[in-house]
Design a protein around this ligand. Structure first.
Ligand code: CAO
Length: 427
C-alpha cells in the first residue's frame, strides 16, 4: 500500500482544499491532478505522487493540510491493471486558479503499467465517466477561469482526453459562432483581397468604430421606414437672407439648419410620440417633457452628434450660435461625452453637400431622425401656372414599432407647414 501525500509547501503554512478531483475506487496515474489547494499566496493543483487505485480518501473540501500530510491510500496492483470502478463526476473545476505544482512526493516506485496509450472504450461506462473528468494542466485551468469557461463541458484533445489550451480556445470560438447563428447573422466571408491586387489595411479610428457599432445595433434592432417630403422654403430663404444681411455686422450667419431645428422642436411638442423612447421591455413609451436635439456633424475623424438642449425654448439665433460652437468643437475634437448624450431626436443635414434624398438611420433609443438634402428651385404648379419655388427635401426615418406610417406622414406634413410659413409657429 502507498499513500498520496501533500507536497512540501515551503513554509509550515496550511492550505485549504477547495476541490477534490478524485474519489475512492479511482485508478490514478502519476502526475494526475487530485486536489486543488488554496493557500494565502496561491492556488495549487496537487498531482498524484504514485499510481494505483484509491482505496481510502482522507480528504474533503474545506480540510486544511500541511506539506507531508497523507490525504489518500493507494493500492498498487502487482502484475497488471486494476479495473477502475465508476465514480460520480467531480464538481466542475474551472473556477480554480492554479500555479505549477511542486514536484510530486514519491513514497514507492511506480510499478503500475501506465494506461496512457490505451484508447478509452466508449462502451465502458466507468472509463467513459473517467474520461469526462476535468483533466487539465494549471495554465489551461487559469485560461479557462479568465475566460469564464467551465472545463467540465469540454472534451480534451490531449492524451487521455487531457484538455489543452487549444480546446479552450476552440470552445470559446464555437460558442461565439453559435451566438451569431442564434441571432441569425451569418458572418461575411473573409477574403484575402491581395489576391486581386495591391492593398493597404487602414485601422478604423475610435469614432468610426463607435459609429459602426451604433449603426449595426440600430439596424438590427429598429424596424425603420423613411418618409420623404418637400417643403417650399422660398419665403423662409428670403427671410434668412434678410436676417443675414441685418446680422452681418454682428458676424452672425444663419444657415437653414437652425430654422429647421426650431420647427422640429415644435413638431416634437405637437407629436409627443416622436419625443419618446421605448422602455427596456419595449412595452411602454417614455414620453419626455423636454426637447433635446442631436445634430450630426461631419468631422475629419468621422461622424459626431452633439446635442442641443431645450431647443423649443431657444431662439433661432441662439440655436445658430450653439450649433456653430458645437460643430466647431466637434471638428476640433473638444466635445465632452455629456454633450453628445440625451437627444430625443436627431437631424442630419447633407444639404450643404448635395443629393435629393437619403435614408438616415434612427439612432436608438431615439425613435426618429430627420434628414435634409439640398434645396433646389423647382417648377411648382400654382393656380394655373408653374412658378419657380425653392424646395427643401425632407427624409424622415422612424421606428415603426413606435410610430405608424400615417403618424409619420402627419409629422412630416407639419414640418412642411411650419417651414413654408413660420407664422404658424406663433399659433
Ligand atoms: N440646401 C441648400 N443649401 C444648403 C442646405 C440645404 N439643405 N444646407 C446647407 N446649405 C448651404 C448653407 O447655407 C451653406 O451655404 P453658404 O456657405 O452659401 O452660406 C453651405 O450649404 C454649407 O453649409 P454647412 O453644411 O457647412 O452648414 P450648415 O449650418 O447647413 O450645417 C452641419 C451644419 C453641422 C449640419 C453641417 O456642417 C454638417 O456637418 N453636415 C453633415 C452631416 C452629416 O454628415 N450627416 C450624415 C450623417 S449620417 O445620416
Amino acid at each position: 500500500m502507498s499513500q498520496l501525500i501533500i507536497p512540501a509547501m515551503g513554509s509550515n503554512s496550511q492550505a485549504e482544499v477547495i476541490e477534490v478531483l478524485i474519489a475512492q475506487g479511482d485508478s490514478l496515474e502519476v502526475e494526475q491532478s487530485t486536489l486543488v489547494l488554496e493557500s494565502e499566496k496561491a492556488t495549487i493543483e496537487v498531482p498524484a505522487n504514485v499510481a494505483g487505485v484509491v482505496t481510502k480518501l482522507l480528504v474533503k473540501v474545506g480540510d486544511k493540510f500541511k506539506g507531508g500530510e497523507v490525504y489518500a491510500e493507494i493500492e498498487q496492483p502487482l502484475g497488471g491493471l486494476t479495473e477502475p470502478t465508476a465514480k460520480p463526476l467531480p464538481e466542475p473545476s474551472g473556477k480554480s486558479a492554479v500555479i505549477e505544482p511542486p514536484a510530486p512526493v514519491s513514497t514507492t516506485p511506480t510499478q503500475v503499467k501506465q494506461q496512457d496509450a490505451a484508447p478509452v472504450p466508449a462502451a465502458n461506462p466507468a472509463l467513459a465517466a473517467a474520461a469526462e473528468e476535468v483533466y487539465a494542466g494549471p495554465a489551461v485551468r487559469r485560461m479557462a477561469r479568465e475566460l469564464g469557461v467551465d472545463l467540465a463541458q469540454l472534451t480534451g484533445s490531449g492524451l487521455k482526453n487531457r484538455i489543452q489550451k487549444e480546446d479552450v480556445q476552440q470552445f470559446v470560438k464555437q460558442r461565439l459562432q453559435n451566438m451569431e447563428q442564434v441571432a441569425g447573422i451569418p458572418r461575411v466571408a473573409t477574403i484575402d483581397f491581395s489576391q486581386y491586387g495591391p492593398i493597404k489595411e487602414q485601422p478604423l479610428n475610435n469614432i468610426k468604430r463607435a459609429t459602426a457599432k451604433a449603426m449595426t445595433l440600430a439596424h438590427l434592432n429598429v424596424p425603420q421606414v423613411t418618409q420623404f417630403d418637400e417643403a417650399d422654403i422660398t419665403e423662409l430663404e428670403a427671410f434668412r437672407v434678410q436676417q443675414n444681411t441685418l446680422a452681418a455686422k454682428q458676424n452672425i450667419k444663419y444657415s437653414i439648419v437652425p430654422f429647421v431645428l426650431k420647427v422640429l422642436a415644435r413638431c416634437l411638442r405637437d407629436y409627443p410620440n416622436f419625443n419618446a423612447s421605448l422602455n427596456a421591455q419595449a412595452d411602454a413609451l417614455i414620453i419626455k417633457d423636454y426637447v433635446h436635439l442631436g445634430v450630426a456633424v461631419d468631422t475629419p475623424k468621422g461622424l459626431l452628434v452633439p446635442v442641443l438642449r431645450d431647443v423649443d425654448k431657444l431662439s433661432v439665433g441662439q440655436i445658430q450660435q450653439q450649433l456653430q460652437d458645437k460643430a466647431e468643437r466637434a471638428r476640433a475634437g473638444q466635445l465632452t461625452l455629456e454633450e453628445m448624450q440625451g437627444a430625443n431626436m436627431s437631424l442630419s443635414s447633407l444639404g450643404g453637400i448635395g443629393g435629393t434624398a437619403f435614408t438616415p438611420i434612427v439612432n436608438p433609443p431615439e425613435v426618429a431622425i430627420l434628414g435634409l438634402s439640398k434645396a433646389t428651385i423647382k417648377p411648382v404648379w400654382q393656380e394655373d401656372q408653374f412658378v419657380p419655388r425653392l424646395m427643401l427635401p425632407l427624409s424622415l426615418s422612424y421606428d415603426h414599432r413606435v410610430i405608424d406610417g400615417a403618424e409619420a406622414a402627419r409629422f412630416s406634413q407639419a414640418l412642411v407647414k411650419y417651414l413654408q410659413d413660420l407664422r404658424h409657429l406663433l399659433m
